[in-house]
Structure formats: structure tokens, C-alpha cells
Design a protein around this ligand. Structure first.
Ligand code: ABT
Ligand code: MG
Length: 137
């Protein structure tokens, strides 16, 4: 076990639905600490950098359009095994396969609007934290 940092996004769909507080509360109740927090609206350039691993995939255009469509909330969460813990709280990528009790399982239906992002490795956590909070690195 190791203390890790993960980058969380409350995506524009969740922000617009007024789920920001509910979502952040679930991470806090899990035991993760909020180390940084901000509201921002992404430029296409930052969105393409953040989702760089998906460049060329059929859903990439829609993904960038969606994630830049309105304000979102970005947070760095810190704690033991924060990457895995946060992804457990978030649930599977496809909300219809996400467990009840997870954020996506409880509040989402479609994969293209699945409410929350969480880094998928410690390396991604460091990279993504640098994109959203350059002032901290
Ligand atoms: P993110 O936390 O947003 O990265 O989602 P997750 O890691 O659970 O899933 P990945 B595979 O990284 O998906 C990134 C975004 O792309 C969307 N997507 C994914 C689709 O729209 N269609 C697909 O077939 C797949 C595989 C879901 C994710 N984001 N949104 N919004
Ligand atoms: Mg991902």
C-alpha cells in the first residue's frame, strides 16, 4: 500500500445536474482527502492533452466536445491506494455495468456521459494533476 494522488473530474454532465457536492462527499466518506479543488472550463487543447491516450478512437471527437461543453470541477484526492479507491467509488466505465452504490451505477446510464473521471494509474495521476494544477508542480 502506498499514499497516492489521483485526479478526479466532476464532468460537465454531473456539474450541470447539481451532483458536485454528492460526488465529492462520496470520495470524502471513502477516506480520501481533497488536496486541491477548482472549477474550470476546458479548452479543446487541454481536453485533447488530458485524453491523449484516446486520440484516433471513434469516440474521441464526441469525448472532447462533451468534456469542453461546460464548467467542470477538478480535484486532486490523496490517500492510501487513492487510484484504486477512487475508481471503486466511481464504478465501471459503462454505467449499465457499474455496481449499484457506485457513482456511475447510481446516477448514470450512458458511457459518453458517465459523470466522473478518475486517473487509472499513479503515473496518470501525476501527469493529470500537472495538467489541471500546473501551479502546484
Ligand atoms: P474516464 O475516467 O473518463 O477516463 O473514464 P474511464 O477511465 O472509466 O474509461 P475510459 B476507457 O478511459 O473512457 C474515457 C472516456 O471515453 C468515453 N468512452 C469510452 C466512450 O464514449 N465510448 C467508449 O466506447 C469508451 C471505451 C467514456 C469516458 N468519458 N466520458 N465522458
Ligand atoms: Mg480513463
Amino acid at each position: 500500500m502506498a499514499v497516492e494522488k489521483t485526479l478526479i473530474l466532476v464532468k460537465p454532465d454531473a456539474f450541470a445536474r447539481g451532483l458536485t457536492g454528492e460526488i465529492l462527499a462520496r470520495f470524502e466518506r471513502k477516506g480520501l482527502k481533497i488536496a486541491a479543488l477548482k472549477q474550470t472550463t476546458l479548452t479543446v487543447e487541454i481536453a485533447e492533452t488530458h485524453y491523449g491516450e484516446h486520440q484516433g478512437k471513434p469516440f474521441f471527437g464526441e469525448l472532447v466536445e462533451f468534456i469542453t461543453s461546460g464548467p467542470l470541477v477538478a480535484a486532486i484526492l490523496e490517500g492510501e491506494s487513492a487510484i484504486k479507491a477512487a475508481r471503486q467509488v466511481i464504478g465501471a466505465t459503462n454505467p449499465l455495468e457499474a455496481a449499484t452504490g457506485s457513482i456511475r451505477g447510481d446516477f448514470a446510464i450512458e458511457v459518453g456521459t458517465n459523470l466522473v473521471h478518475g486517473s487509472d494509474s499513479p503515473e496518470a495521476g501525476v501527469r493529470e494533476a500537472g495538467i489541471f494544477f500546473p501551479e502546484l508542480s
